[in-house]
Design a protein around this ligand. Sequence first.
Ligand code: APR
Length: 249
Amino acid sequence: MSDDTAAVAAAIKRAERVAIFTGAGISAESGLPTYRGVGGLYNDMTVDEGLPIEEVLSGGMFARSPEITWKYIAEIERACRGAAANDAHRAILALEAVAEVWVITQNVDGFHRDAGSANVIELHGNLADLACTQCDANFTVRDYAELSIPPICDRCAGMMRPSVVLFGEMLPDAAVTEYDRIFRAGFDLIFAIGTTAGFPYIYEPIAQASRQGVTTVEINPDETPLSNVVTHRFTSGAGVALKSILDAM
Ligand code: APR
């Protein structure tokens, strides 16, 4: 057992409140592509319109040409279809037996909900939740196989959209309110699992906690801006790292 594994296992047993930030990497072991890095969706997604992916997946593009944005949202959903939560999601659920655990995820695949985690903040929304842009019609789908793309509201013929946050859009108010509330209460231990930590609302709370002496842990095979900031770093995949930590508890 590595010193890091033993130290993190001990930190979990001492902790009352644990925050776990997750990104696309935790769903990689479910067979989902990540956005960046090797095989990343953004690298491999041939954007026919000759625009950067951040443009076609932006709020501005959705307002102007929703059918273009929907084409790439549907491509991301198709990559998720048939996949399911994996051992890493279930390991996070298991931690709820010893501490109050909050999952703050950037993922839109819903796998933390599916795994049964009690406290999940989906900062970037969820592909399954659709709402009309014109009226208050809304519904949840299992997948987009039954949808015509782009989906039109059958109540008012308005354009439907998923609750996912597009580039240039604000994070959902409810998610931000809950995020602010739980961080005001503070945490004894913070994990960053499978994320490039590119957004300030991911990087900052972890870097600040580290500076304040809170134990912070990164689980990611690649280096990120957090790698030199955290207390403990695991370069194995999420499932392997979390299993070794749970086994050491
Ligand atoms: N275990 C742990 N981490 C992994 C694994 C694994 N098995 N496989 C890959 N990773 C890591 C990669 O090294 C990378 O650092 O997961 C990270 C995935 O990074 P991104 O693809 O950038 O995903 P994420 O950090 O979630 O992106 C954040 O950007 O485009 C937006 O809305 C999109 O939610 C997304 C956000």
